[in-house]
Design a protein around this ligand. Sequence first.
Ligand SMILES: NC(=O)c1ccc[n+]([C@@H]2O[C@H](COP(=O)([O-])OP(=O)(O)OC[C@H]3O[C@@H](n4cnc5c(N)ncnc54)[C@H](OP(=O)(O)O)[C@@H]3O)[C@@H](O)[C@H]2O)c1
Length: 275
Amino acid sequence: MQFVDVTPRVWKRLLAVQQGLACTCCGRWSPGERAALDLYGPLARRDVGPVTVGQIGQSLDGRVATVSGDARDVSGPDGLAHLHRMRALVDAVVIGVRTALHDTPRLTVRLCAGRNPARVVIDPRGRLPDDAPVLADDGARRIVVQAVDRPRPAGVTALHLPLRDGQLDPAEILAALQAEGLNSVLIEGGGITIARFLEAGLMTRLQVAIAPLLIGGGPQGLTLATPSPLLADAIRPEMRVFSLGSDVVFDCGLTPEAVAATAPLHLGRDGVSRA
Ligand SMILES: NC(=O)c1ccc[n+]([C@@H]2O[C@H](COP(=O)([O-])OP(=O)(O)OC[C@H]3O[C@@H](n4cnc5c(N)ncnc54)[C@H](OP(=O)(O)O)[C@@H]3O)[C@@H](O)[C@H]2O)c1
């Protein structure tokens, strides 16, 4: 397990990587800073094709909330800072409407330097109220993916997609976001939304951040509609483990491209990336 130390200078480097202005290989870094480059580099890079990363913050017993629905800050302080860093590195953050209604998140970047990503809510039936915090006008792009013809507040983009067997097709959602120029996407929850992208084979990375608490009951982080009947059939991704401090994150590469993206990025003098 690598201990991650996100110093101001390594974070500055990662924001430069995001801009295509720097590599992740050069420089004299402490082991913790090098681990930060390893963990966040694949999200910051823009030379590895579209990235769709899911993130779940859960307890030791795999819960994301209590039985009464208390879900605020399952993750510890370092897990929350990690989530904000991930937001800062992607083009867009996506949530399902149940999370938008239950948690009323803002999805902004507050615990690190960086710009706010576009915010996207998957709301097929038009349940999200116009005054939801996620739709607040703070300069970031706000998008709702919906199947109904429901007007949204000024400045909010409504992307209309058809229902197929009662669901929106995750591939069509990603294609619609890419058509908006949003190529690196963080699926921040909840479990239903993450599971849809995972089962469609569209998730390139999955991060499970575990905080050291036992809740004893409550909703689980991830439940698939088609679970593996045998352990031999279970998904066994390439996996790296990082200690954030208060939380431990399991970073899983789900595609060959995602695994390849964990290699250091070299930039030649011409600015072109080299393997
Ligand atoms: N710890 C964490 O990391 C974390 C993060 C986020 C949320 N949470 C917790 O997770 C819970 C909510 O998560 P959840 O899994 O119940 O719901 P969710 O994933 O937030 O939202 C699911 C809903 O979004 C819509 N949706 C998403 N993908 C769709 C698709 N492909 N096609 C059609 N509709 C789609 C549907 O809306 P309709 O219902 O309108 O059909 C669906 O029921 C809350 O307790 C929240 O606190 C935890």
